[in-house]
Design a protein around this ligand. Structure first.
Ligand code: SF4
Length: 502
């Protein structure tokens, strides 16, 4: 089997992935792949090809020899820009996204839809991308080419579209040559190691660890993690580093009881999580802190939750790559006598939802209203972005943000903790912990859309679906978002009830 750059990158994450591909491919869980995001990434790659002007693309063929021949022909002709230029060296194989060809040297350009995670504001370059580029440099120099530079062409998160899409502004070029050169010496040894692991007759003895989720979630976790017990060191939350967990696991510190019997340093919150399980402790409640939180409440309470999605290539004015675009909200209005009203908005497939959602929100939440969100930084940021976009409604939107409080606060601060919350304070941990046997509070009982990622992908692809399916998906989106705010009402009620019962 030849080693392509994508296989090489998989092996950088964990060489056992290649052994599993070869020997136990049926154990692969392909639900780890986000096809919607992959398709969007491919569209970015296609657009990036035009960044340097005219280009010739080597078509993908099963016959790799033909791709290699065509690349050589174009190189010999000094074709200035070759896309998917194909090279092979010592059993290694790579296609360069964009190769710039000069008289006596070439430049490698790797196109990626992102530099790092898909967050709005993150700009660090993922280490795996550097490995990807280092592999290409290794192969091309092995083939005798004089590679002068290696760069990453990625989406520029600061570009805001107005009018025609400006490709030069949409992308940004980052020189990674130095980092790539620094990786060269380690490649031969890594290749030997990969070969040894892949050729092993028996399953490689590679421990599970944080590398199983980073940089990508591995599809073989179902197999490799089968003997890791519930409440293992990997389940410790509250910001414990992955490397610390890996080291503990390697040292045989596996269960929570092991952790308590070891000298691993734990923060107060981590210790509480572990001790609550080992000693089966009751919920811990900081009464004065919760009292202080509840004393801020003003009725009616507007429980608000947005659903958003991202466009990698901005389609509309005022959109930046990766900016979260709100397309839906759910609003439960809770009155002091306990009555509830529900309002909601869901944009139409393929249409820009921003102006309509903004107007409806301003109709539904009056100025001065007391609102709650769960992890309000997210909701506030959406409101601020909409305020920038629509100055005529900015005052109203900023007023909503100003009067917003965070229901997540008591859980995030550790004022309320119970065993079932486990490692975190997100609503997906807190809700089942507080309502373990309530089927109406169970996201898994929902149809089609059960997670935020499902909602994003469902809306992003809604315009491609036939009408009967669109209706079904819209219903699922509405049900999902409605549960988010109903959950908030219930969680607040539980806090109040606990407080009363203390
Ligand atoms: S689950 Fe972890 S150990 Fe198993 S192949 Fe994947 S990355 Fe390697």
């Amino acid at each position: 089997m030849y080693l392509s750059k994508s296989r090489y990158c998989s092996a950088v994450q964990c060489p056992k992935i290649l052994w599993m591909h070869k020997n136990m491919p049926d154990q692969y869980d392909d639900s780890v792949m986000d096809m919607v995001r992959l398709t969007a990434g491919n569209q970015v790659g296609d657009l990036a090809m035009g960044y340097f002007g005219d280009f010739i693309e080597i078509p993908y063929l099963d016959n790799k020899a033909e791709m290699l021949r065509e690349t050589k022909r174009l190189l010999d002709k000094k074709t200035p820009v070759i896309c998917e230029a194909t090279f092979s060296y010592n059993g290694l194989f790579c296609m360069v996204d964009i190769l710039r060809v000069y008289e006596d040297y070439v430049e490698i350009v790797e196109a990626k839809s992102s530099t790092s995670d898909d967050e709005e504001d993150s700009d660090d370059i993922k280490e795996i991308f550097l490995h990807d580029m280092a592999f290409q440099y290794y192969v091309l120099t092995g083939c005798g080419l004089n590679v002068r530079s290696v760069s990453l062409l990625s989406l520029n998160r600061k570009y805001e579209r107005f009018g025609e899409l400006d490709i030069q502004q949409l992308f940004k070029l980052t020189d990674c040559t130095e980092a790539v050169l620094n990786m060269q010496d380690a490649i031969p040894e890594r290749l030997d190691n990969i070969e040894n692991v892949v050729m092993a007759e028996t399953e490689p003895d590679i421990l599970v660890g944080s590398h199983c989720d980073s940089p990508y979630e591995c599809g073989y976790k179902g197999w490799c993690w089968r003997d890791v017990p519930e409440n293992s060191v990997f389940d410790i939350g509250w910001h414990m580093w992955g490397s610390k967990k890996d080291a503990a696991y390697k040292a045989g510190i596996i269960t929570f009881a092991d952790v308590l019997n070891s000298d691993i340093g734990l923060s107060d919150k981590q210790r509480r999580q572990v001790e609550t399980v080992v000693y089966n402790q009751p919920p811990s409640i900081d009464r004065p802190a919760i009292e202080a939180f509840l004393s801020k409440l003003r009725y009616p309470i507007y429980h608000l939750d947005f659903e958003t999605y991202q466009q990698l290539i901005p389609l509309w004015d005022g959109v930046r790559p990766y900016r979260q675009i709100p397309f839906q909200y759910s609003l439960h209005i809770e009155h002091e006598d306990g009555t509830l009203e529900h309002k909601e908005f869901l944009g139409k497939a393929g249409e820009d939802p921003r102006r309509l959602i903004t107007e409806r929100l301003c109709e539904d939440i009056p100025i001065g209203a007391f609102s709650l969100a769960y992890n309000m930084t997210f909701e506030k940021k959406r409101l601020e972005h909409l305020a920038e976009l629509y100055p005529d409604l900015a005052e109203h939107l900023l007023d909503i943000a100003e009067n917003m409080y965070d229901l997540c606060g008591p859980f995030k601060n550790g004022d309320y903790y119970c065993k079932a919350m486990g490692r975190g304070y997100s609503i997906k941990y807190v809700l089942p912990a507080l309502f373990p046997n309530d089927p109406d509070m169970d996201y898994n009982k929902l149809e089609i859309v059960k997670h935020g990622r499902d909602a994003m992908n469902a809306f992003a692809t809604l315009h491609e679906k036939p009408p009967e399916e669109v209706e079904q998906i819209r219903k699922a989106l509405l049900a999902y978002c409605k549960l988010d705010t109903l959950a908030m009402v219930k969680i607040l009620g539980k806090l109040q009830e606990q407080f009363r019962n203390e």
